[in-house]
Ligand binder design. Structure first.
Ligand SMILES: C=C(O[C@@H]1C=C(C(=O)O)C=C[C@H]1O)C(=O)O
Length: 97
């Protein structure tokens, strides 16, 4: 592989990374709306049953697209942990309004 091939592939990687970050921002926007709703209804920040269903789906999606399921599980565990932290912060803010 020459330098221009490597550079071209890295351009593709950078484009994909930008898509991933854009989609992540969209996801956090939606989960923040969920956080506000849950705080208003005094629901728990975390929903273990929903997370279990999602974990099942992540494994199915990983298998469908040929990615190691554990890699996808780890990625979403990190994202969902951040969502739950944000939901707890929204609940505290809502309680003191
Ligand atoms: C977004 C929600 O809140 C939490 C975060 C989740 C997520 O980021 O997918 C899933 C379940 C909940 O623990 C939700 O309940 O839908």
């Amino acid at each position: 592989m020459d330098d221009s091939e490597l550079a071209a592939l890295r351009v593709e990687i950078d484009k994909i990374d930008a898509h991933i970050v854009e989609l992540l921002a969209q996801r956090f926007n939606i989960t923040n709306q969920v956080g506000v709703l849950k705080a208003q209804k005094k629901l728990s920040a975390i929903d273990p049953e929903r997370e279990a269903r999602q974990a099942q789906r992540y494994t199915e999606l990983a298998n469908e697209f040929g990615v190691k399921p554990q890699v996808v599980q780890n990625l979403f565990r990190s994202i969902i942990d951040e969502v739950v932290i944000n939901h707890r912060a929204i609940a505290v803010q809502t309680a003191f309004q």
